[in-house]
Design a protein around this ligand. Structure first.
Ligand SMILES: [Zn+2]
Length: 306
């Protein structure tokens, strides 16, 4: 922690004065499981969140669900596999894990249980709570005959058991693609039910999703925005325009689409900024929504406005 207690208190005060209403901390599953440092990590996070609360700020934890470089190829957290049986090769900072991998599900549940039991949180932000899709670098192609989904042994076995027949060939998958899509969404939905059952209903759940139109989300990620809302969750489109080399008009267009189809008070967009102009603009539109998460690219900090 690069702050002294006094510096932290000053920083939190200045956040509050800038109109910010809370802070989010990204908590790595690895730090919760590490043999050497869990006590130290817990102490630091508890202290930070406690001071934030004392300063009148809300608190949130960002938990990576199916993405973790440290677990990659270890702990039986296998990478996704394409329909030809080739494993996904991670690039840049993207290390997706299949949400049908039983060990990955276990780790996700255990991280969430630990985070929500140990810390006093208002929000739990689920990052990468979906099937793999590298939205920062890849584009959606709905014309693809066999979409670049995960067809790992866990996926194929689960799907086969739901269909009541062994599905193993590419041709079978093509003919069963509507069922495959529906099944993927059910997988995500039942994972969500498992998470909600594990946490206090005082904690609000926010689910991050790629900046795609709502109609394309189920196809790429298995996420069903309307059903998330029915479960009492907020949706957080990650409108990171710099990553996508877009501008604020792109942000506005997508937000308009979301608002047409969903209630604004269920949307909790995540933006990025690195200039005062962007900061002022984005905080200016915050009042339309349940809240916004502002990611400062230079300091890599998340701030909450609601
Ligand atoms: Zn899989």
């Amino acid at each position: 922690m690069p702050y002294s207690k006094r510096e932290l208190s000053r920083e939190l005060k200045s956040l509050k004065e800038s109109g910010c209403s809370g802070i989010f901390i990204s908590i790595k599953a690895k730090s919760l499981r590490s043999r050497e440092s869990p006590k130290r990590t817990n102490g630091i996070v508890k202290n930070l969140l406690g001071q934030a609360k004392a300063a009148g700020l809300k608190t949130g934890a960002i938990v990576e669900c199916f993405h973790e470089s440290e677990y990659y190829l270890t702990d039986n957290c296998t990478p996704p596999v394409n329909y030809l049986g080739a494993s996904y090769v991670p690039s840049a900072d993207y290390y997706p894990i299949c949400p049908n991998n039983p060990r990955a599900v276990q780790l996700c549940h255990s991280s969430i249980e630990q985070v929500t039991h140990k810390f006093d949180l208002d929000y739990l932000y689920l990052q990468h709570f979906r099937f793999p899709f590298f939205w920062e670098k890849e584009e959606l192609d709905i014309q693809n005959r066999i979409p670049p989904f995960c067809y790992c042994p866990f996926c194929v076995t689960e799907f086969s058991s739901v269909m009541g027949e062994i599905v193993s060939s590419g041709e079978q998958m093509v003919s069963m693609m509507p069922e495959w899509l529906e099944w993927r969404s059910e997988v995500i939905q039942s994972l969500l039910a498992g998470i909600i059952a594990r946490i206090s209903n005082r904690i609000q759940v926010i689910i991050a999703h790629p900046p795609l139109s709502l109609i394309d989300l189920p196809f790429t990620t298995g996420q069903l925005p309307q059903r998330f809302i029915e479960e009492g969750c907020y949706l957080s489109p990650q409108l990171h325009h710099k990553v996508k080399q877009k501008d604020l008009v792109w942000v506005e267009d997508l937000l308009d689409q979301y608002q047409l189809e969903l209630r604004a008070n269920k949307i909790f967009p995540s933006f990025e900024f690195d200039s005062k102009i962007e900061f002022d603009y984005l905080t200016g539109i915050a009042k339309k929504f349940a809240g916004i998460l502002l990611y400062h690219r230079a300091t890599k900090k998340d701030h909450l406005f609601s």
